[in-house]
Write a protein that binds this ligand. Sequence first.
Ligand code: NDP
Length: 243
Amino acid sequence: MTNKKLIVITGASSGFGAEIAKIFNQAGNPLLLIGRNIAKMEALPLDFTNIMLAQADVTNLTDFTASIRRAEAKFGPTDLLVNNAGIMLLGNVENQSSQEWQTMLDTNVMGVLNGTQIVLQNMIDRQGGTIINMSSIAGFKAFTNHAAYVASKFGVHGATETIRQEVASKNVRISLVAPGAAETNLLTHVTSKSALNDYQSWKESMGGITLDPKYVAQTVKFIYDLPQAVEIREVDIAATRQD
Ligand code: NDP
């Protein structure tokens, strides 16, 4: 049994979340991995000895809470929550479905607020703990075809800074990681062919080189490994060629 503390990662079944799971698994932390597809998480190349998997949607506060409480009953309080789950659906505002906007705002904003609320009281009570929110370069810079996604990630930036101000005096850390474009499953949900084409042209204009997700995982670990009294408020990380 490890004496390391519980780390909760949402959206751990692919992309950044899977890399973050890998790096903390190698470090020996007990993990709770949350996603909507258990089979995808079971297939990850991890040592599952100290890993709990939970099928939960971050927009469902009841299921999300229950999964974290189950892990805490086994491993102790959550010391790091990585609010990583997110979805990006591209399109022009004049014809994109409002259901796509709703899905993004629910997942990317409500999911982050839900996760934060679930772990925060215990962190405040014990005056320790860390929350890392996965935002995006699109959290402070606009991109065409990205209106609702940009709105959701600007929301994550605003909420994170607000919460930081609320909990700083309690010695609770909350940080933002804002990555640039990376090859993950993120684009697989996009329904607009023209938006997808625009995205691919944009990527090619930067030499087709995107950020390797492993550097996002390393960034998350660096933020967490600093002493509790030191808080990285925000890291923006992208492929050097990205505009
Ligand atoms: P992926 O699609 O590979 O991963 C997204 C993860 O979120 C999956 O594990 C998915 O799992 C999970 N997820 C989606 N919706 C929900 C939900 N409602 N409840 C629980 N889990 C959910 O994409 P990325 O790894 O790229 O995305 C991770 C984060 O990084 C997102 O917040 C994204 O916005 C952000 N980001 C990505 C960038 C990129 O270029 N890739 C750039 C900047 C930021 P499942 O479907 O099994 O539930």
